[in-house]
Design a protein around this ligand. Structure first.
Ligand SMILES: Nc1nc2c(c(=O)[nH]1)N[C@H]1C(S)=C(S)[C@@H](COP(=O)(O)OP(=O)(O)OC[C@H]3O[C@@H](n4cnc5c(=O)[nH]c(N)nc54)[C@H](O)[C@@H]3O)O[C@H]1N2
Ligand SMILES: Nc1nc2c(c(=O)[nH]1)N[C@H]1C(S)=C(S)[C@@H](COP(=O)(O)OP(=O)(O)OC[C@H]3O[C@@H](n4cnc5c(=O)[nH]c(N)nc54)[C@H](O)[C@@H]3O)O[C@H]1N2
Ligand code: SF4
Ligand SMILES: [Mo]
Length: 738
């Protein structure tokens, strides 16, 4: 395999990647005899930034990948994961044949025929004996829009299953709930140019230096000498670069945001004309924040009043202020309330619909937005409510299926599916492109539950993920680069992924697996039009007609690629005027929202107590999140690249403030036992002042982390609150057991 080694400079806090422009120099890095014969382009399949990549092909197979200098998202840059995207496809761990567990408990190779028979036979038996609540499916924001739509339609309309959810629940559910409540539709309003055009950026619970490094580079291109205000309990790489870092106590965001809201109202820093014309609920909001003076925010957050006011003044003084949030907000037991408080602030200060503004939730996985629109789980295809009879009729008409096959309500959410397993209601589970035995909250409990199932099917690129190891049947899936379709990035931009590699062994694309299952289940007739990803894309376009995400103006995949991606909406009417501009398309420029009266809704909630606060027995607050640029989630992919491996610690670690380490007589590098009420793990200690005293941080990439977390959720979005639980730390001794 050819190495196109990125030059990675570790400059203190940030990882910078060398920009390589395709051309004689770039190609010259390939060994003689393997010089590529052609190039094609596609988008990256890791994070939601959605960088454009150029594949260098030989005999139609990619032999190298470089960032695409023409792509408007990344402007010729990529992070180490993008550079190594091909390498992770080559691994001993790849699932290359279907594997089925025999009566002796051994996973043994079987033919696809046998695998499909076992899948359909067992799930049908479970449905017959247990009814429609007996089975469920968990999907992912990491497959294409076409595959997501196929999975959701196959299970709900084809198989008649009720319960379907996916890892988007772990990630984006809160933003979805907040946007729907405030804007009337789940519509992130921004484009990446806003990072460059903002005078004041407020980043709340987001660490783009690590999670979205190329978005961070876009911010670095901002020439307006912007203020960057970072709200994060940790001094992250992003916080270290901020004008002001507010190291708030975990989950005190809501109080801070309400105090800022009150301050803006009282200091005339609001846009009354915009509020009057384009919002509803202002009087209730003003009344609700009355009890949140700056002094209360200071007491709750632990941040000095002057700092909170200084930040408020900078927001108020900006011509264009923008508010960005990610998992520090979404993964919270009061996440929807917090996200709506951010949206309120943008609305009342008139910071929406103009360049450099917005209430902007950055998505996470490469197709998190595709999952929100097309997975047919929480809402019907295209984000209609299942309850909407007219929408059901429309979907039935476009898909040529009987409308009585479409459920009239959504099924259980992820946590309810897990609870259904606990109660013995759900007995069969199909897991596609996610690794819940590692990533679900309170993993010990999750693994016990998954083991209780009568039938667990895992469809994954790798056969040794934590979830695959306990499966009864493994279906080997092709991954990114081995199939085609579309992904939607954080700025609503459709991008195309191409097949540039043959999948290993007998692995099939998820799309082909769904087709084969439709035939074997006996519902191929319902999916006769679903012959290729491109034909499904055409169906999705029809469904999108006259919705906020109308994409009827797109011609085909080549059109998307030639435009450098196309942001939704792009209607047939828009297309009459030519191709879309490559950048700069944001929503709500005319102040009209997707609510019935066209007004955005302002809403306030009462802050809640954290369910598990530190005490004498468990004196520390544990935060979790992303560790390094080179690690992706449960590491099934990134562990497969020797280059990426060199860029992150191989062993699980926990960060602790020097003051706490001194008090406990612990030193950096020593093994420690970390205990919560759920479990105990052995990890290495890393002493650093990036975390505040009394707080700890563990990256989610190590399976140890979710053995400690506490199973609790946002009541509106049902998203897990991964970033708050109480733990204790002791030196590791031989008597400790993990
Ligand atoms: N390298 C890499 N990049 C990724 C991913 C990856 O696995 N690896 N995953 C992708 C995905 S799916 C996602 S969702 C994104 C996530 O991207 P981010 O949300 O930026 O990442 P996290 O580290 O999970 O959380 C962000 C910050 O929230 C802070 N935080 C914790 N509790 C609180 C709180 O109560 N209030 C506030 N204000 N902040 C808090 C944490 O200290 C952390 O720094 O990254 C995407 N990009
Ligand atoms: N403690 C803690 N836990 C967290 C978080 C946190 O911040 N803290 N963050 C949460 C968030 S935001 C997220 S998004 C989740 C992520 O959690 P997961 O979704 O469990 O993480 P991944 O490792 O991305 O799992 C994706 C799986 O799909 C497989 N895969 C990749 N591509 C394909 C494909 O094309 N087809 C198929 N069939 N399989 C494929 C991969 O091999 C991998 O096994 O973790 C959540 N868990
Ligand atoms: S920033 Fe995200 S999309 Fe861009 S190369 Fe890195 S992982 Fe891929
Ligand atoms: Mo995520």
């Amino acid at each position: 395999m050819i190495e196109l080694l990125p030059i990675i400079k570790r400059t203190g806090a940030m990882t910078e990647q060398l920009r390589l422009r395709p051309g004689p120099q770039g190609l010259g890095m390939l060994p003689d005899g393997l010089l590529p014969q052609a190039t094609t382009t596609g988008v990256c399949g890791f994070c939601s930034t959605g960088c454009g990549l150029t594949y260098h092909l030989r005999h139609d197979q990619a032999v190298g990948v470089t960032p695409n200098a023409q792509y408007p998202v990344n402007l010729g840059a990529a992070c180490p994961k993008g550079w190594e995207a091909l390498r992770v496809l080559e691994s001993e761990s790849r699932a290359t044949v279907p594997l089925s567990r025999d009566s002796g408990g051994q996973l043994l190779p079987v033919t696809w025929d046998q695998a499909l028979d076992r899948f359909c036979g067992t799930f049908k038996e479970l449905l017959e004996s247990g009814g429609p609540d007996a089975v469920a499916v968990l999907g992912t924001g990491q497959i294409t829009c076409e595959e997501l739509a196929f999975l959701g339609s196959l299970t709900k309309f084809g198989f008649g299953w009720r319960h379907a959810d996916g890892n988007t629940r772990q990630c984006m559910a809160t933003a979805v709930s907040a946007y729907k409540r405030a804007f009337g539709f789940d519509a992130p309003p921004f484009c990446y140019d806003d990072l460059e055009q903002s005078d004041c950026l407020v980043m709340i619970g987001a660490n783009p230096c690590i999670g979205h490094p190329i978005l961070w580079e876009r911010f670095l291109l901002n020439r307006r000498r912007p203020n960057l205000i970072v709200v994060d309990p940790r001094r992250t790489e992003t916080a270290a670069a901020a004008s002001i870092h507010l190291p708030i106590r975990p989950k005190s965001d809501l109080c801070l945001l309400y105090a800022w809201t009150k301050w803006m109202i009282e200091h005339g820093a609001i846009d009354q004309a915009f509020i009057d014309q384009h919002t509803s609920g202002f009087d209730q909001l003003r009344a609700a924040v009355r009890d949140f003076p700056i002094s209360r925010a200071a007491a709750e957050t632990g941040v000095a009043e002057e700092w909170i006011v200084d930040a408020a003044q900078r927001i108020a003084a900006a011509d264009a202020a923008s508010f960005w949030w990610t998992m520090g907000v979404n993964q919270s037991y009061q996440g929807t309330a917090t996200a709506q408080a951010i949206i309120n602030l943008a609305l009342i200060t008139g910071n929406i619909g103009r360049p450099g503004t917005g209430a902007n939730s950055i998505t996470g996985q490469c197709n998190a937005m595709g999952s929100r629109l097309w997975s047919n789980t929480t809402s019907l295809l295209g984000q209609f409510p299942f309850e909407d009879q007219e929408a059901r009729r429309k979907i039935a008409e476009v898909l040529h299926i009987p409308s009585d096959r479409i459920p009239t309500s959504a099924g259980w959410a992820y946590d309810e599916i897990m609870e259904g397993i606990r109660r013995g209601r759900i007995r069969g589970l199909w897991v596609v492109g996610t690794n819940p035995a590692h990533s679900w909250i309170e993993q010990g409990g999750a693994i016990d539950l998954l083991k209780r199932l009568d039938f667990l099917v895992v469809q994954d690129m790798y056969c040794d993920t934590e979830t695959a190891r306990i499966a009864d049947l493994i279906l080997p899936a092709a991954g990114w680069g081995e199939k085609e379709g579309t992904l939607i990035n954080s700025e609503r931009r459709y991008g195309v992924v191409r097949q540039v590699r043959r999948a290993p062994g007998q692995a099939l694309s998820d799309f082909r697996i769904f087709q084969a299952l439709a035939r074997r289940w006996g519902v191929a007739g319902l999916f006769s039009e679903w012959s290729s990803p491109a034909s499904v894309f055409a169906l999705l376009q029809k469904i999108s007609r006259s919705t906020p995400h109308d994409i009827t103006g797109i011609r085909d995949y080549d059109h998307i690629a030639s435009c450098g991606g196309i942001q939704w909406p792009w209607t047939a009417e828009d297309a009459a005027g030519g191709d879309p501009p490559t950048c700069g398309r944001r929503l709500f420029t005319d102040g009209t929202f997707f609510t019935p009266d066209g007004r955005a809704r302002l809403e306030a909630f009462v802050p809640q107590e954290m369910p598990e606060t530190p005490d004498d027995e468990f004196p520390f607050m544990l935060l979790t999140g992303r560790g390094t640029v080179a690690q992706w989630h449960t590491q099934t992919r990134t562990r497969c690249s020797p280059i990426l491996q060199r860029l992150y610690p191989q062993e699980a670690y926990i960060e602790m403030h020097p003051q706490d380490a001194r008090r406990l007589k612990l030193t950096s590098g020593m093994p420690v036992a970390v205990r919560s009420r759920r479990g105990q793990v052995r990890v290495r200690l890393l002493v650093t002042s990036a975390v505040a005293p009394g707080q700890l941080f563990m990256p989610m990439h190590y399976a140890e982390t979710n053995q400690l977390t506490l199973s609790h959720f946002d009541p509106i979005s049902r998203q897990p609150s991964y970033k708050d639980c109480a733990v204790a730390v002791d030196p590791w001794t031989n008597t400790c057991r993990s």
